[in-house]
Design a protein around this ligand. Structure first.
Ligand code: AHR
Length: 309
């Protein structure tokens, strides 16, 4: 199926249960766990049969899962790609088999954009800008340099690249803001802690003003490292992160995190609607962007009870 393609079956096929093959990245973060739960629940609610494959962060497992979905002749494939590149061959196989692919959460980098019918998820560059703007605002008017440590997401992943790009773009507005160190923490709490420990050792004797973590889990890991180093997270070092998971709101209420930029994992209902729309012969929008906010520590206590993930 090409771009904008629809999914129309023979007469009578309308009653058949739709089958969706979903290739998930893994379970690296609170965000991902909530995303998986949203997909599973929404499939149940929509009466769609879900074939779910957890790739444990490995692209090769995702490619295998996609091939299995093609062999099983599922109606639609949904893919959350762990990295941006290397998808051309398998996506062409899906297209040749007439199975439409919806990208969810993360985009791929392929010249032939007809290999997927729609991409739903957040604007990661904008999330990075929002994080950067918050820090600009928080540090405005000062005279000294603002030294920032950055914990990047998984190497080669769209949110890692885009969040870095957006943040750098925003902080350019004030030359005092400088990224002193930047390394991947693989979007996980354990790795975030480990890398932060190494950062703090390397920075001994120097002032660190802020930490920018590409997701909340790495920020939460880094908070532990900061405390173990005898410093006060959120006070001695400002902490900006992305996702808006409950754990981040709890850390804000405890005064250990300063702000989280929302990235919603609750894509399940939208995905199931898209699958049904394809089945009904509708053309999906090429891009569906999730609407999100920014939550500073000042509103955390009020917002926490309302958080769904
Ligand atoms: O692709 C979304 C990102 O992946 C989330 O920010 C992160 O927590 C997850 O692992």
């Amino acid at each position: 199926l090409a771009t904008g393609a629809t999914l129309c079956g023979p007469a009578g096929a309308a009653d058949k249960k739709l089958v969706l093959g979903f290739s998930q990245i893994g379970a690296e973060s609170e965000w991902r766990t909530a995303n998986t739960a949203s997909i599973k629940q929404a499939a149940k609610d929509a009466g769609i049969e879900l074939k779910f494959a957890d790739a444990q962060q490995k692209q090769e497992n995702q490619i295998k899962a996609l091939r299995a979905f093609i062999a099983q002749k599922v109606d639609v494939i949904a893919l959350s790609p762990v990295v941006e590149t290397g998808w051309g061959t398998v996506l062409r196989e899906a297209k040749a088999a007439g199975i439409p692919v919806i990208l969810t959460d993360r985009l791929v980098k392929e010249a032939d954009e007809s290999l997927w019918v729609s991409f739903m998820g957040s604007d990661f560059v904008e999330e990075g800008r929002r994080a950067g703007r918050w820090l600009l605002d928080k540090t405005k008017g000062g005279k000294e340099e603002v030294r920032i440590l950055e914990l990047q997401g998984t190497v080669g992943a769209a949110p890692a690249q885009d969040r870095k790009k957006g943040f750098e773009e925003a902080i350019k507005a004030d030359p005092r803001l400088k990224i002193a160190r930047s390394q991947t923490g693989d979007f996980s709490r354990a790795k975030g802690k480990e890398v932060m420990e190494a950062f703090l050792k390397a920075e001994a004797g120097k002032k660190v003003h802020a930490l920018y973590a590409h997701n909340d889990d790495m920020a939460l890991g880094a908070i532990q490292a900061i405390e173990e180093a005898g410093l006060k997270p959120g006070v001695d070092i400002l902490i900006v992160s992305i996702d808006g998971v409950k754990g981040a709101f709890q850390a804000m209420v405890a005064g250990k995190l300063n702000v989280t930029v929302e990235c919603s994992p609750l894509l399940g209902p939208q995905l199931m609607q898209a699958v049904k729309d394809l089945k009904a012969g509708k053309t999906l929008p090429r891009r569906m962007v999730t609407e999100e906010g920014v939550f500073p520590a000042e509103v955390a206590a009020k917002e926490l009870p309302k958080r769904k993930y």
